[in-house]
Write a protein that binds this ligand. Structure first.
Ligand code: GDP
Length: 296
């Protein structure tokens, strides 16, 4: 599970502080050095770590903390607050259109978990009373259309497909008309994924974006790829403009470097986390709860 290694190390560092009655500036700095190393080992972006530690140090070596009756608790509280901030602060929700259907465009590289996430998101939205239409506009990956149809059946929500011979822009446009005449208040478009970011992929996504004017563009990235996920997010955001990130495979990501860096590097929130392969394994991403996982 995510943050396993980091949680052990940070809690270890703070336990040493807890054992002392009063703390000196040196005690705090020593603990923060351990925190810094642990974050780097967890594959957190180097610049993010530097900024983070500086901020904590400014707050934690202050008079108030060192003269407090429970200085270690104060330091932990500060770290908790800053970790929460690092992951985006508050939980970011989906923007629903005041005039439905809400159009959600999903993007991501092949294997990130995009198609699975479309199914999971449909299930989550359905449980909130929505009636989503799933749209198969990933016409390149063999079996992506079939995979979406199977997911749609499981969630018991309709899937719109025009096979793999039509242009994704036409598919997406036709899907919106279909949603309008069938009372689907949300349209989730599964777009093309490739192995790498290339111009053809971005052009296609830009065309779909221009044609359907999505209310939300969610980028799906695999948390287990660490800093690669962060770079992918940065590139997609620069080229396409994204509204949020879905971070998948958090159940298998013991380090958590992407979760801790992505929002601060891209300025875009992590809106959902994937915690397993099953349809119910998508959850809103709560930065404060994630920070608590690290600090215990
Ligand atoms: P796509 O190419 O991006 O559409 O990727 P898929 O949706 O086909 O997912 C690729 C693989 O990742 C599949 O085996 C999924 O079951 C798996 N997967 C997706 N999300 C998660 C997750 O949150 N946790 C785990 N453990 N596996 C996931």
């Amino acid at each position: 599970m995510i943050f396993e290694g980091l949680a052990d190390k940070l809690q270890g560092a703070f336990n040493k502080l807890k054992g002392k009655g009063k703390l000196s500036e040196k005690d705090v700095k020593t603990a923060l050095r351990e925190v810094k190393l642990a974050l780097l080992e967890a594959d957190v972006n180097f610049k993010v770590v530097k900024k983070f530690i500086k901020k904590i140090e400014e707050r934690a070596v202050g008079h108030e903390v060192l003269t407090s009756l429970t200085p270690a608790q104060q330091v932990i509280k500060i770290v908790n607050e800053e970790l929460t901030e690092l992951m985006g602060g508050t939980q970011s929700k989906i923007t629903f259109a005041s005039n439905p259907p809400t159009i959600i465009m999903m993007a991501g590289l092949q294997g990130a978990g995009k198609t699975t996430t479309v199914g999971k998101l449909a299930k989550l939205l359905k449980s909130q009373g929505k009636n989503p239409l799933l749209v198969a506009a990933d016409i390149y990956r063999p079996a992506a259309i079939k995979q979406l149809q199977v997911l749609g059946e499981k969630v018991e929500q309709p899937v719109f497909t025009m096979g793999d011979k039509q242009d994704p822009v036409d598919i997406a446009k036709a899907a919106i008309s279909h949603a309008e005449s069938n009372n689907n208040d949300v349209v989730i478009v599964d777009t093309a994924g490739r192995l790498h970011i290339d111009e053809a992929l971005m052009d296609e996504l830009k065309n779909v974006k221009k044609a359907v004017k999505p209310h939300e563009i969610l980028l799906v990235v695999d948390s287990m790829t660490g800093q690669d996920a962060v770079n992918v997010a940065k590139n997609f955001d620069e080229a396409l403009g994204i509204d949020g990130v879905v971070l998948t495979k958090l159940d298998g990501d013991a380090r958590g470097g992407a979760a801790l860096s992505i929002s601060s590097v891209t300025g875009k929130p992590i809106k959902f986390g994937g915690f397993g392969e099953k349809l119910e394994d998508l959850r809103p991403f709560y930065p404060d709860r994630m920070a608590s996982r690290i600090l215990g």
